[in-house]
Design a protein around this ligand. Structure first.
Ligand SMILES: Cc1cc2nc3c(=O)[nH]c(=O)nc-3n(C[C@H](O)[C@H](O)[C@H](O)COP(=O)(O)OP(=O)(O)OC[C@H]3O[C@@H](n4cnc5c(N)ncnc54)[C@H](O)[C@@H]3O)c2cc1C
Ligand code: SF4
Length: 352
């Protein structure tokens, strides 16, 4: 392994100053970054350990009734926070669908947002990869690419963003609080990740030294709490990244949808907000036919980037299922291991 400096700053200001240097990277729980370093995929010159920064590990109520979640809150602690899970149940369900219990106990909010793609060619330093080595090409094109993107991809990169957590967050207009050289600012999570275009190595709008300090969810986003679900298809239920996933949030009155908030995972280089589906659902009756129309609209711009045409139909079916489950109502209790989407019990979840 390449040698590197390790610093453990005592304040956010010191952390930003230390991370501004070329080749520096923030280290949170390291569940993604350390794997990448061991494989020679990431080769930072300096690690800035943020895990001891004060004040970043709390969940606070905002004046408007929303929640502010510190960047160092652990994925498991957030999913099991009763007030959070009651207000944003699909986000808790997505957290519990991600990784394994051990990983969720360690992984942080900030690290989950910024985890890297799971494209196998990105992880294999012997492969050509424009994201890891700009200009080297993309071995995923013409390679093993059934898990790759069907929306928003470019000739230069067809990778997907792997986070479950981000999918319902994008649907709920979550805001990311960032501190950097120019002070503190907020960016919509929907705008944090970039599509690959000609520069797949630029994955986010963050600049050198930018530190994610918190994630904010509004009180308005709680209005969907009684009809909210996250559904994920993966190759094994114990733990695996999403092949595709869907977050569905509805507000209903007399069987009619007042508002819908919908997003897809596993389909693009960023969590994918499905605004066309939302527009079709607003004011419509909560019927299987309308869910299918919405799902078709969500995937209307999709095209295979390889052997993954199946994902287009699969994503539509998962979205239809997520919408049906959401309209049936959020379960009283979020299970420790969220249900398989293939469960025959529509609307029901199994306790693990
Ligand atoms: C076997 C395995 C299975 C997994 N399965 C899933 C899954 O099914 N679904 C899923 O969503 N995830 C899954 N994950 C990914 C896991 O959720 C992430 O590894 C984890 O969330 C990253 O958090 P961390 O705190 O360990 O981040 P780190 O590994 O420490 O950091 C990740 C990245 O974020 C940057 N970073 C961290 N914190 C900040 C900050 N505050 N500000 C700016 N930059 C920051 C780091 O520099 C680094 O680039 C899996 C991981 C593994 C190893
Ligand atoms: S899809 Fe993207 S991450 Fe994967 S090999 Fe191609 S350029 Fe690299």
């Amino acid at each position: 392994m390449k040698s590197f400096d390790y610093v453990r700053p005592a304040s956010i200001g010191e952390a930003i100053a230390a991370a501004r240097a070329p080749g520096a990277a923030y280290l949170a729980a390291g569940t993604n970054l350390l794997d990448l370093m061991k494989g020679g995929v990431s080769r930072p010159d300096r690690l800035v350990d943020v895990t001891h920064l004060p004040g970043l590990d709390t969940i606070e109520k905002l004046p408007d009734g929303g929640l502010r979640i510190g960047a160092l809150v652990r994925n498991a602690d957030l999913a099991h926070d009763a007030a959070f899970a009651k207000a944003y149940p699909a986000v808790a369900e997505a957290l519990l669908s991600g990784a394994s219990a051990q990983l969720r106990n360690a992984a942080t909010v900030g690290g989950n947002l910024l985890q890297r793609t799971r494209c196998a060619y990105f992880y294999d330093v012997a492969s050509a990869c424009n994201k890891r080595a700009p200009g080297s090409g993309c071995d995923a094109r013409g390679g093993d690419n059934d898990m790759h993107a069907v929306l928003g991809w470019s000739d230069g990169c067809i990778a997907t963003h792997p986070s479950d957590f981000c999918v319902p967050l994008v649907a709920l207009d979550a805001m990311v609080e960032i501190e950097g050289n120019g002070g503190r600012r907020q960016v919509r999570l929907e705008d944090l990740h970039r599509l690959p275009g000609a520069t797949p190595q630029q994955e986010t709008v963050l600049e050198a030294g930018d530190l994610i300090v918190a994630l904010n969810l509004s009180a308005e986003a709680c209005n969907f709490a009684s009809h909210a679900r996250y559904l994920k298809v993966r190759e094994r239920t114990s733990y695996a990244f999403a092949i595709v996933s869907a977050a569905a949030h509805l507000s209903l009155a007399n069987g009619r949808i007042e508002q819908a908030r919908v997003a897809l995972g596993g389909v693009a280089a960023k969590p994918w907000r499905a605004r066309e589906a939302e527009a079709l659902l607003a004011g419509a009756e909560a019927t299987a036919q309308n869910f299918r129309r919405a799902a078709e609209a969500a995937l209307a711009g999709a095209k295979p980037s390889g052997d993954n045409a199946f994902k287009i139909e699969l994503a539509q079916r998962i979205l239809v299922r997520a919408l049906a489950l959401a309209s049936a109502g959020t379960p009283e209790r979020i299970p420790a291991l969220p249900a398989s989407p293939f469960s025959i019990h529509s609307g029901a979840l199994h306790d693990a």
